[in-house]
Design a protein around this ligand. Sequence first.
Ligand code: SF4
Length: 528
Amino acid sequence: MPPSTPHRPALVVVFGDQLDPDFPALRASRFPGDTVFMAESVHESRHVPSHIQRTVLFLAAMRHFAHDLHARAIPCDYTTLDQAQGRPLDELIADAATRHHASIIRCVEPGEWRIRRMLEALAARLSLKLEILPDTHFIATPDDFRAWASTRSSLTMEYFYREQRRRTGYLMEGSGPRAKPRGGQWNLDHDNRESFGKHGPSPRPRPPLRFEPDAITRATIADVRRLLPNLPGSIDSFAWPVTRADALAALRDFIDHRLPLFGPFEDAMWSTEPILYHSTLSAPLNLKLLNPRECCEAAIDALSAGRAPLASVEGFVRQIIGWREYIRGIYTLEGPAYAERNGLEQHGKLPWFYWNADTDMNCLRTCISQVLSTGFGHHIQRLMVTGNFALLAGVHPRAVSDWYLGMFIDGVDWVTLPNALGMVMHADARVPGGPALVGTKPYVASGAYIDRMSNYCQDCRYNPAAKTGDEACPFTVFYWDFLIRNRERFASNQRMTMILKNVDRMPESTRTQITISATTLRRTLGVT
Ligand code: SF4
């Protein structure tokens, strides 16, 4: 054996969205010898306005994680908000590296370009070696995604999803090149578009398990209230999973009680049921308290045991190995410049009611009130209510992505940026005037869609079918205005042909009236 070289101590930096007890940076380290470093930074909680429940969730989960490391005799240098005294994260890491005589900064690939750049600059400034390890949480690596993208003329999620099904073998029959999707179809979305009758969901969805704050979480809440006053949202209902054990219990709860009806009603909304049959597992997944493989496998086990139908399980698996990994692939493939894209050249401000729910539009008031009180909104509320409205009204895509990043408990940059810019705002064309990357057409809908998929319109002062007059639904006015404004831009998009024909059939006087109403509305709402 060669003589052993002296150990070069590493500072093992664990970020708040990397709380996997078996993460590669921990496995690659030697304890004692190396030291884990975790820090709470005021700046990280304030660089976009962050909902108090999101802030508490991240910090409480970090504190529990550090507590577990201590129990495993892994040395963890933890800086609380109090101890940080307002200093930025790079300063805190630099001080810790000096304190522990580290010659290496080791971490797993951060989920945000901004943090990666900060680490590179810091390591260069301090002449430390920077060791960034791949994030094994994901099934497809950035290289896998790049290789797939390099063979495609357009980056349609469906084809990436099929590749992921083959890669994992999930819901496949047979093996190798002859493997076929279970049930004969890749995608059962056509079975998953049901809405509720006039009496609402039946059976009534069982609400997710609540994890009442323990002593660590209560102390976190007190610190956040004291040191980060005036964060948006309310903390009163906080009961999210903050440990791996909580997260596993939340997974079991979803599989047993909501998965069976998740699929058919995944696009439905109901004013008194904020969660419906959704999982609410995106936050523990994004914090890495849960692994995507164990979530998919638990759902597939339920299918095999006859406890959930294929349409629900396929829809859930597609959300995780399809959409979630595809969105992360887009983030890593496109790089930091993606954040600056604004393909539809929209420059409006986010209406003020996104921060206080003070609007007479019942759908928006319901969805935003829910976000303010819980930090949660399910995907169709995000895409087709809050997102759809911002797109139709002409809001700047970054205003929307910052709102999603800060106001939802599962907000992390690699998720919210491509979701907002790509999926919601149709803004991610690589070149001005070019085709968008994530969506082949914008997800836009008038009030009629919301009326069909929810009961919001029943208690609203507006009429979802009206596009002119006092009762005209703002969604419907903005929907037609969006199509009128972008008529030429989408003229060559075959998926828009039928919709644009409706614009062409409209009398000139109606078009003019819609344009005037939309302009007035935009001004009244503070968009322009
Ligand atoms: Fe929303 Fe329009 Fe329906 Fe009112 S009528 S709830 S504004 S979609």
